[in-house]
Design a protein around this ligand. Sequence first.
Ligand code: SF4
Length: 293
Amino acid sequence: MIRYEGKLFRPPSEADSLILQATIGCSYNRCTFCAMYREKRFRVRKLEELEAEIDWAARELGPMVRKVFLADGDALIAKSSFLLELLGKLRRAFPGLSRVSCYASPQALAVRTVEEMRALREAGLVLYYLGIESGHDAVLERLEKGVDSAEMIRVAAKAGEAGVKLSTMILLGAGGRALSEEHARESARVVNAIQPRFVSTLVMTPVEGTPLMEEAMAGKVDELDPIELARELRQFVGNLELTGTVFRSNHASNYLALGGSLPKDKARILAELDRVLAAPSRASFTPEWMRGL
Ligand code: SF4
């Protein structure tokens, strides 16, 4: 059977994927807003353990497995020889496998070469989830993301060159009130430079056990209200110049669930935001009790 260690996280679009913990925790683990792997010490799991779990899943679920998500926070940081063996085992175990994906920190993208990423993509690892969070350098620094916007663009381009699809995340509200407009504009600039296959927005929310929560308790976090967040989202979407990207704001942390293909649906999404902003009413926003993290 599969023995999961600690709390398990996966992107919303991996809800029907088999999840395997190729690594435990996040090798970086310093982003101020992120509570996901705080209690875990990073390590790459033993290949034999994973092979036993794959054998079990092949027996129990076999042809039903079409997608696999490699957890935890940063599986791409593992050696590519390890990942290649793992991907080979997955392909042999699940004949109907159509894709393998994982979270990729900018630090992992910096370490992996384009050739390694290409070989991994050919072996099935075709999609990375990358938290851009912001395109604004001061905001990235405040979040302790460990990279500036130029480095974020550089490492994302490596994945693009290797033919790997990127699903990217932007954290609404991460610049507070003072930087809201610039954070939206700069985030759009970085997303435009990367041209990811997917872009989604999440709302920055202080979570227990994070430095962000400590800042919030000390009154140092300027949390935006739903209308301010909608204004920021409007600014962000308005500045997007994408050629073929699916946009979603459907993560549970959002107050507004929007989505579409860009550039095709840009005008409709902006019109929906303008309608909400012209006559803001509570009914337009997801109530607080329905929001998740
Ligand atoms: S790189 Fe990702 S998983 Fe790791 S601390 Fe930052 S946000 Fe969390």
